[in-house]
Design a protein around this ligand. Sequence first.
Ligand code: NAD
Length: 419
Amino acid sequence: MYSFTGWRSVHSEHVEPAKGGIRYDASANANEVEALAALMSLKCALVDVPFGGSKGALCIDPKQWEVHELERITRRFTQELAKRNLISPGRNVPAPDMGTGEREMAWMADEYKRTGPADIVNANACVTGKPLSRGGIAGRTEATGRGVQYAIHCYLRDTAHAGIGGRRDLSTMTVTVQGFGNVGYHAAKFLSEEDRAKIVCIVERDGVISNPEGLDVEAVHQHRLRTGSILRFEGAESSPDKDRGLEIACDILIPAAMENAITIDNAGRIRAKLIAEAANGPVSFQAEKILFQNGVVILPDLFVNAGGVIVSYFEWVKNLTHIPFGLMERRRRERRNSQITSALESMTGRAFPEEMRDEFLEGGREIDLVRSGLDDVMRGAYHRMASVLTQRPEIKDFRTAAYYVALKEIGDAYKAIGI
Ligand SMILES: NC(=O)c1ccc[n+]([C@@H]2O[C@H](COP(=O)([O-])OP(=O)(O)OC[C@H]3O[C@@H](n4cnc5c(N)ncnc54)[C@H](O)[C@@H]3O)[C@@H](O)[C@H]2O)c1
């Protein structure tokens, strides 16, 4: 017989449901969960996604358990959450976080359906981040990394500042990524493969690999899957000294591992010009002051890593409506496609080539709509933050601007109902 300690903290229900991930981590604690729940309220308010803030954790090292044991533990945890209204499509909607993924979300949704209210038609909306075959949405797995890429694009497009050393083109820039998990891997992959930025350094738990000419991110990923480590990757220098990795000279540093990666102890040695906070809370309060003194620009976590919750919102809406995302758009394109091909057939007197029929449907797939929706929401959030910086000269950094936008939004929601 085992017993486990877990938490689900609700920070704000100014709009419902409250939203936030559940992590499985042996060192999780109540304070951390409460702080992360508050961050979720601010994040959702900043990006204008209608969720309150929540977060959960189970004090467990998932690597120590067999899959069937993890399933039982997750299902039991779900029952405990359901009893307390801490999982429900309309009240509180968990998602994956460190140590959990689509597998755990599928178990949770299934358990909720089995044991929750009998007549509920949208039970699938009780969690997001589910596999596609269980009501998930295309693009959710990589959404946070994709959002990191879009956040950096927003900053570089903004002509109100000098870019990075006067440059705005990512193909001229070098990037270090700390944490090569879901978020770090996808951010590095998109920035290198699509924007041609050079990923010069990757920092992991067991060490660091670097190459001033740039690393092949996908090859590093495959190497890690094969060997269990990024170290000894051919074509890179490997070192067990992971602290050194963060201090390598580069244009953009993306901490994508855990809290407090940059503290008063190493802040003075950071040589990046821009820090994009992909992890939650990677820069400590004191470290931030040092970084600002040294002219480092910080794009804050509540903006940079909001991609996950934004695409979660799309998934939740899809589950509530039971209409596959993009269905209407696809139908519209199919109709237009058939009108164009019939017109061409009657003009030329020849059958329209079968292999070209789908061409006009490009752009109408779920993944395209998720990407363009995510881009749009990130641009909106950046615009709100940047407007505060221009309109309020006393506010000088993106984090304070983001807090200003988010707290005003939450405050207005409470004020409107007299609280
Ligand atoms: N996954 C999401 O959708 C999402 C959304 C918002 C925020 N975040 C935040 O992003 C961060 C990473 O999340 P993830 O989902 O990628 O987790 P993950 O578990 O997939 O990846 C984390 C990676 O960091 C590495 N790591 C751990 N400790 C390290 C250390 N001391 N030094 C270097 N590397 C270390 C791990 O080995 C792992 O590869 C967390 O702070 C999480 O809260 C994640």
